[in-house]
Design a protein around this ligand. Structure first.
Ligand code: CU
Ligand code: ZN
Length: 194
C-alpha cells in the first residue's frame, strides 16, 4: 500500500504545482497583450505620429505629430541631423517611402489641382505646401502649423491627409518654381498612417 500511496501523493503535488504555473503564465500573457495592443483612444483623439526614415544618403532623424481638435489640424515637428539653413517641407501624394531617394512618395499632394506656391497665396498653393523651416548650426530644426484645410481620416479627399507622406528637402522652397518649388533632394520621408 505504501508503495502506491507515495507516488500518488507525488503525482497530485506535481499536478497542483503545474496548474499554478499555468495560471501564472496565462495571467502574464493577458497583462502583456493589454500593454502592446494599439490603443483605440489615439484614433478617437485623431492623432498621428509620423516616423521618419533618412533618404538620399542623409542621416537626418525626426518626429512629427498631427492632431485634430474641433476641425483644426495641428502639426508639430522636430528634426535633427540636417544641414544649417532653410529646408522645404511638404506633404507628398503617397505614404510610400520605400525608394532610396524618397521619390516613391510621388509629387506634392495637390487634390485641388492648383499651382505650387506659398501656403495661403492667392495665386494658388498645394494642400501639401507646408513651406520652409530653419535649421540652426547644431542641426536642429522645428516647425509648427495649424489649419482647417486638412483633416485626419474624413470623407473629404481635398482635406484628408491620411495615406500621404511628409518629405523634408535638402534645399529651400522658392514658392514659385513649378511644380514643386525647386527644393532639391528628398532627405527624410515618413508616411502619414495610423
Ligand atoms: Cu516636397
Ligand atoms: Zn507644392
Amino acid at each position: 500500500m505504501k508503495k502506491i500511496v507515495f507516488p500518488l501523493i507525488a503525482l497530485i503535488f506535481i499536478t497542483l504545482i503545474s496548474c499554478k504555473e499555468k495560471n501564472k503564465n496565462s495571467l502574464t500573457t493577458v497583462e502583456k497583450t493589454e500593454e502592446v495592443s494599439p490603443s483605440p483612444i489615439s484614433q478617437e483623439k485623431k492623432e498621428i505620429i509620423v516616423q521618419f526614415e533618412p533618404k538620399s544618403g542623409s542621416k537626418a532623424v525626426g518626429k512629427l505629430i498631427f492632431k485634430e481638435v474641433d476641425g483644426v489640424v495641428s502639426l508639430a515637428a522636430k528634426f535633427q541631423g540636417l544641414s544649417p539653413g532653410m529646408h522645404a517641407i511638404h506633404i507628398h501624394e503617397k505614404a510610400d517611402c520605400s525608394s532610396i531617394d524618397g521619390k516613391s512618395a510621388g509629387g506634392h499632394w495637390n487634390p485641388t489641382f492648383t499651382n505650387h506656391g506659398k501656403w495661403g497665396n492667392e495665386d494658388g498653393y498645394h494642400k501639401g505646401d507646408i513651406g520652409n523651416f530653419n535649421v540652426i548650426d547644431n542641426g536642429y530644426g522645428k516647425i509648427t502649423m495649424e489649419t482647417t484645410e486638412w483633416c485626419i481620416g474624413c470623407e473629404d479627399d481635398t482635406k484628408n491627409i491620411l495615406g500621404k507622406a511628409i518629405i523634408v528637402h535638402q534645399g529651400t522652397d522658392d514658392f514659385t518654381s513649378q511644380p514643386s518649388g525647386a527644393a532639391g533632394a528628398r532627405i527624410i520621408c515618413g508616411g502619414i498612417i495610423l
